[in-house]
Ligand binder design. Sequence first.
Ligand SMILES: Cc1cc2nc3c(=O)[nH]c(=O)nc-3n(C[C@H](O)[C@H](O)[C@H](O)COP(=O)(O)OP(=O)(O)OC[C@H]3O[C@@H](n4cnc5c(N)ncnc54)[C@H](O)[C@@H]3O)c2cc1C
Length: 459
Amino acid sequence: MQNHTALFWFKRDLRVEDNTGLYHAVTENKEVLPVYVLEDEILSGYSPTSKRLSFFVDALKNLDSELRRLGSYLYVVRGKAEEVLPELIKMHNIDSVYTNRAYGFSGVKRDLGVEHKCRAAEVIYKKFEDTFLVPPAEIDQRKVFTPFYKLWQGRNKRTILELNIKEIKSPALEITPAEEMVRGISRIENTHWPIGLPENRLLEFDYENYKENRDLPFMDGTSMMSPYIRFGVTSIRKVYKSAVNSAKDPDVFISELAWREFWYHIMHYFPETRELEFQEKRRSIRWINNESWYRAWREGRTGYPIVDAGMRQLLEEGWIHNRVRMIVASFLAKDLLTDWRWGDKHFSEHLVDYDEAVDIGNWQWVASCGADPQPFRIFNPLLQSSKFDPDCIYIKKYIPELEDVEPEKIHNPLTYKLPYVSPIVNHYEMRNLAQEAYSGGRIDESYINKLGEDTVFTS
Ligand SMILES: Cc1cc2nc3c(=O)[nH]c(=O)nc-3n(C[C@H](O)[C@H](O)[C@H](O)COP(=O)(O)OP(=O)(O)OC[C@H]3O[C@@H](n4cnc5c(N)ncnc54)[C@H](O)[C@@H]3O)c2cc1C
C-alpha cells in the first residue's frame, strides 16, 4: 500500500531523470513535496560573482521547470535543513523523507542531523545511493589507484535505471516560485555552462578518440561533464552508459570516472587528509608562500605562457583543461614552492566543478604528497607547453598579447623576451630548490634573501 505524503530533499542531484531517491519517493507515495533547502552556510561560501554560484542557480531553475513539466514544482526554502525540514514535516503532515546520501563533509553532517530529527519525530527517513557507480565504502581500503580500480571494475556497477517518471503529484501549496527565491543570489549570468548541454554532448562526444585527444588542451577532446556531474545535473550512470555505448574501448574514459570515486574512497578512509598531506613524510615541507608570486599565479602573470593561459581560462570560464590543471598545480607547488592548500583555495573560489574531495586529492597528487604516490616529478612548463600545445593555439586563445609571436619563442620565455610579463622565477633554479625542500633539506639562504617581505614561510 502506498504511503501518503513524502518529502523529497534535493542536494547534489539537481535533476528528475534517473534520480534514485526521487524515483522511490514518487513510486512509493501518493504525493511528493520536492524541496531544496538554500542554506546560508552554503551561500556564504560563494562570492555573488562566482561562476559556480551562477551555474547552481541555473540548475535550480532548470530543476523547477523539469518538475513543473511533470505537474509538480520545486519548493525552495531558506534556512538550516535541520530546522526547516522538521517544520515542513509538521506543517504538511509528511510521513516520510526521501533523499540521496550526501558525501561531502558538511553534507554528511547535515544528513545525520536531519535523519536524527526525523527519527525523533517518528517520521521515516530513507536515503539512497545515487552519486557513485560504486560507493566509496563498498571497496576495501586501498591507497593506490590501480588496485582500487581492479576491485572497482569487479563490482557490479548499476547501469542507468530507465526511470520514466511521467507525473509527480504534489500538495497544492501557495509557494513563492523557485525563480523568485533564487533571484538576485547570483550577480552574473551563467554564460559558459548551459544546463542543457549534457543532452547532446553525451550523444555526440568522441569517446572513440578520447585516449589520444584528452591531453591536448587546444582540442575539444574531453567530455566537459564535470560541472554537471558535480551538481548531479546529469546522473553518473548516464555518463557511464553513454561511454560504454559509444566506444569500442571506453576503458580510459571509464578509468577517469573511477578516479573521481578513488578520491572519495581516500577521503572516506583517511578523512584527516582533508587538511593534512596523505604522506606523513611530506607534512613538514617548508613552503616559501610568497604572496606576490601567488598573486601573479592567480592572475595569469607568471611569464610562463602555458601556466598563464590556464589561470586565465579559470578566471574566464570557471574551468581548466585537465592537462593544464596539472601544469598550473605543479608550477604553484614546485616552481613557486607554495602550499598546495593555497591552490585548492583558489580553485574552490573559481572552478564551476569544484568538488572538495576530488580537488584535494588531485592537488596532493600533483604536489607529490598524496595517495597513489608516483616517483618525485617536477613538470617542466617549457616542455609541457611544446608537447601539448605545439602551435600555441590554446595559449593564444587566452593570451592575445602573444597572437603574433612564433611558437618557438612562446615555448621558451627564459630565452626570448615576450610582449607580456617576464618570468617571475627561473624554472631551473626553482627545480633545484624544490628538490631540496622536498627532501627535507634547508633552502639556499641566498635565494631566500632575494624574496622580500611578501614571503611567509610555513611548514
Ligand atoms: C589540481 C587539480 C584539481 C582538480 N580539481 C577538480 C575538481 O575540483 N573537481 C573535478 O571534478 N575535477 C577536478 N580535477 C580533475 C579533472 O581535471 C577534471 O575532472 C576534468 O578536467 C573535468 O573535465 P571533463 O569533464 O572534460 O573531464 P573528462 O576527461 O571528460 O573526464 C570525465 C569525468 O571523469 C572525472 N575525472 C576526470 N579526470 C579526473 C581526475 N583527475 N580526478 C577525478 N575525476 C576525474 C570527472 O568527473 C570528469 O567529468 C582536478 C585536477 C587537478 C590536476
